[in-house]
Design a protein around this ligand. Structure first.
Ligand SMILES: Cc1ncc(COP(=O)(O)O)c(C=O)c1O
Length: 383
């Protein structure tokens, strides 16, 4: 496997900016560019090869399953987290009095609004307060009861980088018979998904445009446990959900796939070509090497921030991810982001935090550049 430190050579933007914004969108590699261009050229010259686009989606499904250490037959192609959550919400019938759903209080809306819709069916939605910027098993334990039907949370919170204790949360929910929906968008590709976590999840949904490095959008992934596959109705089934999609265009019967692909939605062929290429880059460098490098960079960044007086959200080791958040006073975010941009640094502000996200194409020089810029902030004298 190539040295992980050479990975940034494949991502041209790293030559122009110090990029700390993968939690919004991942950078494009030259491999992604080549794949898109070749497909577009062919589209222009001879017409779009949809079979190849669809086949790319299958290759991507397999690659994603490998990342999860899961069976590809349990992975569906569902483009967005909001769609996956909506599919799960649609499985719920009218509530009995007291039936409830537990979410975290500052969950990303794609994993929040679909559950709110269930209020119309009589479900109570309990938003549990965050601790250290994320959902905490102890606070969930205070709220959960034997009428909790679903627990939904992000395995890594996008605004704070708080990594959930997914296995403990899942175990808690399962002890009362509730379903566990996890949004893994800020985890998959950046950090491992341990088998003990997957064992306590029913539905794991994640998008491709961040740590999987294809921001074209139009393909996303959803892993379903065998048990929920049996239980759930594929509400969005069309030709793509068929046992043989190309034989399923006009019925007349409905023969759905026996695997999780019966939950597939038709995908963007272009994005599938991109995902195939982007996931091949991840495999080329090796997922484990990427996770280790991300942890290393995160520790360097965290230490540097503390030393320079930009105190990041202090998270216990087990709750750390490849996102570091620095809480900002009101009014500071816009000038700070502008200042960083002037210095060629791309970051984000989310929910009152300067959000700095790292991926394997970052390096120590990026961090030094950031710390140097933070040493001369726009509001002089604040730190
Ligand atoms: C935690 C998290 N979940 C989900 C998403 C994306 O949701 P959707 O796929 O519904 O656009 C994002 C960001 O785009 C996110 O940060």
């Amino acid at each position: 496997m190539p040295d992980i430190r050479t990975a940034r050579e494949l991502f041209p933007a790293t030559r122009n900016v110090a990029y700390f914004n993968t939690a919004a969108v991942g950078l494009a590699s030259t491999a992604l560019d080549d794949a898109y261009r070749a497909y577009l050229d062919e589209w222009l010259d001879q017409g779009l090869d949809l079979v190849r686009g669809d086949a790319a989606g299958e290759v991507a499904r397999t690659a994603v399953a490998r990342l999860l250490g899961a069976d590809r037959e349990d992975v569906a192609l569902i483009a967005t987290v909001s769609n996956a959550a909506g599919l799960v919400a649609a499985q719920f019938g009218p509530a009995e009095p007291g039936d409830n759903i537990i979410i975290g209080e500052r969950e990303y809306s794609s994993n929040h609004f679909p559950w709110r819709m269930l209020e119309k069916k009589g479900y109570e939605i309990h938003a549990v307060p965050f601790r250290n910027g994320g959902i905490d098993p102890e606070l969930v334990a205070e709220r959960i009861d034997d009428q909790t039907r679903l627990l939904a949370f992000s395995s890594v919170q996008s605004a704070t980088g708080h990594r959930s204790r997914t296995a403990d949360l899942g175990d808690l929910a399962h002890s009362v018979g509730a379903l566990v929906f996890v949004d893994g968008t800020q985890q998959v590709g950046a950090l491992p998904v341990p088998a003990e976590e997957l064992a306590e999840i029913d539905v794991l949904s994640f998008a491709d445009h961040k740590f999987l490095c294809n921001a074209g959008r139009g393909v996303g992934y959803c892993w379903f446990s065998k048990a929920v596959q049996e239980w759930f109705t594929p509400m969005n089934a069309g030709w793509k959900a068929g046992r043989s999609p190309y034989q399923s265009f006009y019925g007349p019967g409905m023969d759905l796939s026996p695997t999780a692909s019966r939950f597939d939605s038709p995908i963007s062929w272009l994005a599938a070509i991109g995902d195939q290429a982007a996931l091949a880059v991840i495999e080329e460098f090796g997922a484990d090497a990427i996770y280790a490098r991300n942890r290393e960079l995160e520790a360097i960044l965290r230490t540097g921030l503390v030393e320079s007086g930009w105190e990041p959200l202090d998270l216990p080791e087990e709750n750390r991810s490849s996102i570091v958040a620095v809480p900002l006073p009101d009014g500071e975010s816009a000038p700070l982001l502008a200042h960083l941009k002037e210095q060629g640094i791309v970051a984000a502000v989310r929910d009152g935090n300067l959000r700095l996200s790292l991926h394997f194409y970052n390096d120590e020089d990026d961090i030094e550049r950031l710390l140097a810029a933070l040493a001369s902030p726009p509001h002089s004298g604040r730190r």
